[in-house]
Design a protein around this ligand. Structure first.
Ligand code: BG6
Ligand code: MG
Length: 224
């Protein structure tokens, strides 16, 4: 059967979650707002605008619209300075193996990311051609946990949502996959990603047999 495999980007395909963290932390420190790893967890998968709104809320700060825009630009410029130095070594372990296995087995492959920098990053690490379709922060209006990004991915692959499988490292992204009626696979800590259907530390622990099972079994309808 042809299933749709939809991948988040930051923290799933490439090790960029640490750069988002660094850039937000510097910005928060500059505003006199403390910013912890736990708070950062809540920003994973969350759009740039929503992330800044949350940081300001945590710090109890109100700023003008102009300041808001310039802080977003500042954060993105710092993030881009990290990205500029990226190469293939920042592809997370076994991601190419999995993508090649899916291609060999004629499966649909999509990117479903909140990032507006997704295309440039995939090009930089040489993985863009592995994807049948890319849906990113420039294509969506509703941020994860809204399922929009994954539903557009499924539509572009021409595969029904219940035949799609999502790989995600964020709580918001797992919720989005579940809201889309897809199988959700967490990449990371099972206590943090507790709402996922399956959780793996990383792709090295995902065997071909597990992928074969995903390809060959139909998803049970989710009990809401
Ligand atoms: C997500 C990241 O993939 O993209 C978030 O997990 C980030 O941390 C969001 O805020 C938006 O990314 P960008 O690159 O458009 O600022
Ligand atoms: Mg992510």
């Amino acid at each position: 059967m042809r299933k749709g495999f939809i991948f988040d980007l930051d923290g799933v395909i490439v090790d960029t979650a640490k750069y988002h963290f660094l850039a937000w932390q510097n910005l928060a420190t500059g505003l006199g707002i403390s910013f912890t790893e736990e708070q950062n967890e809540q920003l994973k998968g969350v759009s740039r605008i929503k992330s800044l709104e949350k940081i300001l809320e945590w710090g109890n700060k109100t700023i003008s619209e102009d300041q808001f825009q310039s802080l977003m630009t500042e954060k993105n410029e710092e993030y881009l300075s990290y990205i500029a130095k990226m190469d293939q070594s920042e592809i997370l372990p076994d991601v190419p193996r999995l993508l090649d296995y899916l291609i060999k087995n004629n499966q649909g492959i999509a990117l479903g990311s909140a990032s507006k920098n997704a295309r440039v990053i995939l090009e930089k690490v040489g993985l863009k051609s592995k994807f049948d379709t890319i849906v990113d922060g420039t294509n969506v209006t509703k941020a994860k946990p809204n399922p929009e990004v994954f539903l557009i991915g499924a539509k572009q692959l021409e595969i029904a949502p219940e035949n799609c499988i999502v790989f995600e490292d964020s709580v918001a992204g797992i919720k989005a996959a579940n809201n889309a009626g897809m199988i959700s696979i967490g990449i990371g800590d099972k206590d943090i990603l507790a709402e996922a259907d399956f959780v793996f530390n990383d792709f090295t622990t995902i065997k071909n047999e597990f992928i074969n099972q995903l390809i060959n079994t139909q998803k049970e309808p989710r009990v809401l």
